[in-house]
Design a protein around this ligand. Structure first.
Ligand SMILES: [Zn+2]
Ligand SMILES: [Zn+2]
Length: 244
């Protein structure tokens, strides 16, 4: 299986170690055809992009497109769900320039309202220490992600189930209807074959990404490929894969 694009990489504009150019260079060096720069949305506490940096981010991308014409560079974001109704934290000044939209559920995010904070973040924390609440949290997480899928044109849901429990089957059903891919994340070792099997049954497409936070990790998707192959996926199931 040949992965020709890495659609999930972070830079110094959130909490990655390299610049946009560092990531692009790394991608060129390993022969990728496409790379997406997808820093964390601004609601991600402590790590999200600063809205005042958006101009610089767009300018860096523009420069890189000029200097590295052999690779397709996508401007993206890994947005956060901040409301139970599927609200995302995408800055308006970025929206029209976005080439790719990733959305992930993260545990430490500034909520759209107090009620959303309770539902999306407090419930998860309580669910972790008090098991009767874990199902409640799971239902809420799933609902928020599914709403986000219907409300927005999302290309990829990142690391489903990481640190925040979700109902894979329900998520996959919504993703199929809206043409959203589910990520097989190569950085976090939490993914199970079970998740892929359940999602695949619904006919969902996958994407294998590095989730690199350093240039060195750009395009390092070995773990994702291994898992995909173990569960019998082929390049036709994966939007950024082609035949060897
Ligand atoms: Zn991160
Ligand atoms: Zn993430």
């Amino acid at each position: 299986m040949n992965i020709f694009a890495d659609y999930h990489t972070h830079t110094i504009y959130s909490h990655g170690k390299g610049t946009i150019e560092d990531n692009v260079k790394a991608a060129v060096n390993i022969g990728l055809e496409e790379i997406a720069i997808t820093d964390h949305g601004p609601a991600n506490i402590g790590v999200g992009i600063k809205v005042y940096d958006l101009k610089k981010i767009k300018e860096d991308i523009r420069q890189c497109r000029k200097n590295y014409p052999g690779i397709k560079i996508l401007l993206g974001i890994e947005a956060n769900v901040t409301g139970l109704d599927g609200t995302l934290d995408i800055p308006k000044s970025l929206y029209k320039d976005l080439d790719i939209l990733l959305v992930g559920l993260h545990p430490f995010v500034k909520p759209a309202s107090l009620k959303d904070g309770y539902n999306l973040f407090i419930k998860n924390q309580i669910g972790k220490i008090y098991s009767p609440w874990s199902q409640k949290a799971r239902d809420t997480n799933t609902k928020a992600l599914v709403e986000a899928i219907y409300k927005n044109k999302i290309d990829i849901i990142t690391h489903p189930g990481l640190k925040v429990s979700i109902d894979t089957r329900e998520l996959a059903r919504a993703a199929v209807k809206r043409g959203t891919a589910l990520e097989i994340n190569s950085s976090h070792g939490y993914l199970s074959e079970e998740y892929i099997k359940i999602a695949r049954k619904e006919g969902v497409k996958f994407v294998i990404n590095s989730d690199a936070h350093t240039p060195r990790d750009v395009g390092d998707v070995a773990r994702g490929i291994a898992l995909a192959e173990k569960t019998g996926l082929t390049h036709t199931d994966i939007i950024n894969a082609k035949k060897d």
